[in-house]
Design a protein around this ligand. Structure first.
Ligand SMILES: [Zn+2]
Length: 130
């Protein structure tokens, strides 16, 4: 109602699926790519501040966490394999290298994967109406 009254309905675009997913991955609105998708680190906004697209009901649940754990595991296990086969470091040094990387990578990837999942859910939720 408010959207139609203010003329913001004309701001709705029709981005490609890949572009919407890329926008979600960069934590931007999957519709316009300008507004922010998150109000804080992992809390999604109710709607886009730029185009007023609603994000209500787009609950990513555990998907982002599973994707993050998978990506971090592949990276860390590969790194551990490289460190272990080199034979240069003790277990304590390997732990000192791997543990901060594991934590930093998980904290870095989680908001990105959550944005990706919300963008995917947004795409799925709008397909029947378009
Ligand atoms: Zn937007």
């Amino acid at each position: 109602m408010l959207i139609a009254a203010t003329g913001l309905a004309s701001m709705k675009s029709d981005p490609s699926s890949g572009l919407s997913l890329l926008r979600g991955l960069t934590r931007k609105c999957p519709n316009c790519g300008v507004g922010k998708l998150f109000a804080s680190y992992l809390k999604p906004r109710d709607s886009c501040e730029h185009c007023q697209e609603s994000f209500m009901g787009l609950d990513a649940d555990d998907g982002p966490a599973w994707l993050t754990v998978g990506a971090v595991t592949l990276t860390v296990v590969s790194l551990l394999f490289i460190l272990e086969t080199s034979g240069r470091f003790s277990y304590a040094v390997e732990m000192a290298i791997v543990l901060p990387i594991t934590i930093a990578l998980a904290l870095l990837l989680l908001p990105l994967t959550k944005g990706f999942f919300i963008a995917a859910l947004w795409l799925l939720s709008r397909k029947p109406s378009s």
